[in-house]
Design a protein around this ligand. Sequence first.
Ligand code: ADP
Ligand code: MG
Length: 394
Amino acid sequence: MSTYSLDQRTAHWTELKLQFNSIFEAAPTLYRAPGRVNLIGEHTDYNDGFVMPAAIDLSCCVAIAPRKDRQLVVHSVNFNETIEFSLNDGKMETTDHWSDYIRGVAWALEHAGHKLRGAEIAILSNIPIGAGLSSSAGIEVATAYALLEISGLQVERTELAKLCQKAENDYVGARCGIMDQFIACHAQAGHAIMLDCRSLNYRTLPLKSDVCLLISNTMVDHHLAGGEYNVRRAECEEGVRRLASVLPGIESLRDVSMAELDRHRDRLTDVLYRRCRHVVTENLRVTEATAALQRDDLNCFGHLMADSHRSLRDDYEVSCFELDVMVEIAVKQEGVYGSRMTGGGFGGCTISLVKEESIAHLQHAIAEAYEEKTGRRPEIYVCSAAEGVGIAKC
Ligand code: ADP
Ligand code: MG
């Protein structure tokens, strides 16, 4: 089991400064952007629905100093590698390498008319990479924000999120929604956000100060599930297409109520009906979860997390043995309000809302029971809800 202590989290900025100074001569400024976890609202984003992410206090930190020319020299401490290119290149050259995230962000900003200065950059992230906690949005948003700051430019935060999403969609070639970049830009410490993925309207929701976000990594690689993700998206589109013949005007499953879905069940196969039912009920759950947080009712929130997990497991069929085991173990423990898989599924992480006082015993109990049942050693990250991109206070 590995955990990050708060001390290690601050030491991470000191380490980055040291690394920057060993490569470059100028004095850097440090910026950071957080990873995130989705509390509820899974597979709803591409159906124009609702999601509820919180930023976590694991982040990508960027040390940056401007140059006189238009070269970007970028060192990733995580990958121990330095890359260099000119902002004057302007061309799109996807290389399937981490530097695509940097090139993509620079490309998206410049294409939107933001003329950037060259810079020397070192990057160090303590967001686990590839675990579903959005180290990708972390690196995009931190780098974009840092580049804009040293260029004396300001971009509104929703616009910044959209440009970073564009970098990931169009340059890196990953088909992600807006949620990760949006929360990395807009998060407030101690709060989650309820985001309407259609309008991008959002509501900031308080999380009790004695509640921790306990994230358990099953250590099952969720990347293998890319094909299934595309199948689910196609199934939702097919559901909308069939329902639109009797419900004219609907554009996505967001527009369908449970009563309408049941009334027109005969238009759908059993599989399509269950896929649609997950999305329709999940949107309802996010709405109910929003109300629960507004009245500080974490027990109710926990029940909604349990329902969400069941729906993802049985109707949407995106869970797996390890995720189910992790959730089953967590919900049996004292001090756990609720637990569910988070992210696309087929592996990756679970999120549990937990009383702070129970953390110490929980980490060990969950890790031990999980390893015994699956033979895999989990990583457990104890997080609190952090703020969005900004200057690193260190
Ligand atoms: P996730 O967002 O779930 O962590 P992704 O596959 O979307 O997983 O993004 C991970 C990729 O983002 C890495 O493979 C790497 O290319 C890039 N990346 C993230 N953090 C860093 C970093 N600190 N340095 C360089 N590249 C990074
Ligand atoms: Mg990602």
